[in-house]
Design a protein around this ligand. Sequence first.
Ligand code: IPE
Ligand code: IPE
Ligand code: MG
Length: 258
Amino acid sequence: MALVDVSRLPQHVAIIMDGNGRWAQARGKPRTAGHQRGADAVRATMRAARRLGIPALTLYAFSEQNWDRPQAEINALVDLLCECLVSERNELVDNEIRLAAIGRLHKLPQHAQSRLRTLTSETESNEGMTLNLALSYGGREELIDAARALARKARDSEIDPNDIDEAAIARLLPSMDVGPVDLMIRTGGEQRISNFLLWGSAYAEFYFTDELWPDFDANSLYCGIQAYQGRERRFGLVLDAHHDVTSTKTRNESERAI
Ligand code: IPE
Ligand code: IPE
Ligand code: MG
C-alpha cells in the first residue's frame, strides 16, 4: 500500500483514463466491455480522491478526437455516460461531490446533455470535491474558443489587446475553474497528453503507469500521489536549498490566487 501525506495533497488531479480497449481485447471481449469496467474504476477513484480530501478531480472521459471512432463505440460510450449519470447520483449527493463538465458539450446527444445538466445543477452547491468530466473535450479546441471570445471582445472595444494576460485567458477556460493541474496521471502505458488540459498542465507533475484504466483503483491513485510528493516543483525558480519548498511562495500559488 502506497503511503500518502495528506497534508501535502495535490489540489487538482487530472487523469487520462486510457487502456479500456486493450483491457477488453486481452480478455477476448468487445472494447465496450472495457469501457463498462472503466466506469467501475471511475467510481473507485472518485471515492478514494474524496476520502483523501482532494479538492478537484478532472477525468478525461471522451476527447474531441474520439468522435472519429466507430459509431457503435461512440453510442456505447454515450449510453454508459447516461447510465452513470443516473446510477451515481446518490454517490455524488451523499458525499457532497459537485459535478462539473468541460468540453464542447453541445455536441453530445440532447438526452445526455439534459442528464448532465440535471446532475450538475443538483450538486452545484456541494463543497466536498469537484468531479470535473471532460466530455467532447480538446485542449486546443478550448483555446480556440477562448481566442474567439477575446477577438470578439477586442472587436467590440470591450478590451484592449495589450491587457490580455494569463489571468484574462484563464478566465475564459472552463477547465481552469478548478485551477491549474498539480498531478496529471495517464494509465495505459502511453506517455503523451493527447490534447488534454494544455493550458492548465503547464506546471503539472506527470505520472505515467502501464496499468490499464479498468485495473486502476484506490491504491493506484495513492501510488501516483506518492510519486508526486517525491518531486520538487520549481516553477522555473531557483529554490534555496535551506528553504522549505512547501512554504515558498510558488508560481502555482500565484496562479491559484487569481
Ligand atoms: C480510453 O480507453 C477510453 C476512451 C478513450 C473513451 P481506449 O478506448 O482509448 O482504450 P485503448 O487505448 O484502445 O486500449
Ligand atoms: C485519450 O485517449 C482520450 C481519453 C482518455 C478520453 P486516446 O486513446 O483517445 O488517445 P490516443 O489516441 O492514444 O492519443
Ligand atoms: Mg486509448
